[in-house]
Design a protein. Structure first.
Length: 242
């Protein structure tokens, strides 16, 4: 029943809306609609009053009036009388949803106007977006390094005694015969960590970590994240922001 309008944000939740002549915070109105939607009765005022909703005292008949015809198509409950189809309640929920959607659109429009008036908003958002992308890439590189180390250790264990390895870098990187292509140049010495050197290594049984290899790949670059920034006239203003 409740429209999927997406998650609200703090300023929107605190914004006041008017439903049936009564002012209430966006969050309170949203909660009222949710309470009525799951209620099995056609009652409105008693249900909202029991929930402590400020909309319990609103003129719900007036608010619901424009939506009554739509609500007549609501599914039947199988009961007799008004309980058989909650027309007024459904229409009132539609009314609340309409008010909430308008409030959301007004909030977004105000935000867009603010962004257009001062491109520093967009630049700040671009910087944060770049940070998010860079953190996501770093997490991906570290995960790939762990996977490369695990594959290399497994492959080496499958060939016990067939060769000897003295690589100081993490298994799966540097000169390891099972190194993943992206990590062949990552020859930074590996410190102790979660992995165990396989039988063919001269230090078999000792621990090592893949973190140095991942850090080397990240440090060598070859990747640049960026977000285009535009002012109110759609003129690019911040390549440097990325």
């Amino acid at each position: 029943m409740i429209s999927n309008l997406g998650p609200p944000w703090p300023s929107l939740l605190a914004r006041h809306v008017v439903v049936g002549g009564v002012s209430a915070a966006f969050a309170e109105a949203e909660r009222a609609a949710e309470i009525l939607a799951v209620s099995r009765t056609s009652a409105i005022m008693p249900v909202l009053r029991a929930a402590g909703s400020p909309l319990a005292s609103c003129d719900y008949f007036a608010a619901a009036a424009p939506y009554v015809e739509w609500a007549r198509y609501a599914p039947r409950t199988g009961r007799v009388g008004a309980a058989g189809r909650h027309v007024t309640k459904v229409a009132f929920i539609f009314a609340i949803e309409g008010v909430l959607e308008r409030a959301r659109r007004e909030e977004v429009s105000a935000a867009i106007a603010a962004f257009a008036a001062d491109e520093r908003y967009a630049v700040a958002m671009a910087r944060e977006a770049v940070g998010v992308r860079e953190r996501a890439r770093a997490a991906g590189v570290r995960a790939a390094a762990r996977a490369a180390a695990a594959r290399a250790v497994s492959a080496c264990c499958d060939q016990p005694g067939e060769f000897t390895c003295a690589e100081r870098s993490a298994c799966g990187s540097g000169g390891c015969r099972f190194a993943s292509p992206a990590y062949r140049l990552a020859a930074a010495p590996a410190g102790p960590g979660r992995f165990t050197r396989p039988p063919n290594h001269v230090r078999a049984g000792s621990s090592f970590t893949e973190s140095a290899s991942a850090a080397q790949v990240l440090a060598e670059g070859g990747y640049a994240s960026g977000v285009a920034v535009y002012d109110a006239d759609a003129v690019a203003t911040g390549g440097w922001a990325a």
